[in-house]
Design a protein around this ligand. Structure first.
Ligand SMILES: C[S@@+](CC[C@H](N)C(=O)[O-])C[C@H]1O[C@@H](n2cnc3c(N)ncnc32)[C@H](O)[C@@H]1O
Length: 206
């Protein structure tokens, strides 16, 4: 087992997310922000050999876990995990980072923007604007308010729970995310309903 972390929710949602990515991701270099345990990115890299995956996370234990899953699977298209916090000025200003290519064709961020202050969503889009060319995809996955006509009870309860854990956290309203996205040069392209009241939300760089 070693450094490998096992997130049960990640194991549960990986195949539904993979189906969306296989349909919508342009091939090329794909950055993942907030890779967590690394269970997702290993499955993505296995199933999508034409895409090169660059995982990252700010948590040192998560970096170790991502690299442990990667070492076990030995995939040529899965790179070593970078230590990356998307509120960090280096990411926000688009500075060169020796551990990542300067540009990507898509950026993935799964289950992060509600478990972080809104500055993380802002930083994600600001940095993504600098690293994606026209047509580049920013893929978000997670719970959102403002999509379903009636909010799911489980998402309302989850939002309260998040705010009790940290009052800067919470399920984000799609309009707030859209506003950040538009200001950073992205259009909303696709919303896909996912299991357990989650959504895949795809933005495209103008
Ligand atoms: C709920 S976990 C999701 C992990 C993984 N994407 C998944 O779905 O299994 C949230 C992750 O966001 C990361 N995170 C929190 N704040 C961040 C930030 N400002 N920039 C990048 N990642 C961040 C955490 O370290 C954690 O790995």
């Amino acid at each position: 087992m070693g450094n490998k972390l096992n997130f049960p929710a990640t194991e549960r949602n990986v195949s539904a997310i993979l189906q969306v990515l296989q349909k919508h991701l342009p091939s090329g270099d794909i950055f993942e922000i907030a890779s967590g345990s690394g269970q997702h990115v290993v499955q993505f890299a296995k199933a999508m050999p034409d895409h090169v995956f660059w995982p990252s996370d700010p948590d040192p234990d998560h970096i170790k876990s991502i690299n442990a899953w990667a070492n076990e699977n030995r995939l040529a298209n899965l790179k070593i995990a970078s230590s990356l916090d998307c509120t960090n000025s280096k990411w926000i200003n688009g500075q060169k980072d020796l551990s990542l290519p300067n540009t990507a064709t898509a950026i993935l961020c799964i289950n992060m923007i509600h478990i972080a202050p809104i500055a993380a969503a802002q930083g994600l889009f600001t940095g993504a604007n600098k690293r994606l060319g026209a047509g580049g995809i920013l893929y978000l996955y997670g719970p959102f308010f403002g999509i379903s006509e009636q909010e799911a009870a489980s998402n309302i309860a989850f939002d309260l729970d998040l705010q009790q854990r940290d009052r800067t956290w919470g399920v984000r309203h799609l309009n707030i995310v859209k506003k950040i996205a538009y200001n950073e040069g992205f259009d909303l392209s696709t919303i896909i309903e996912m299991p357990a009241n989650n959504y895949s939300v795809l933005f495209v760089r103008k």
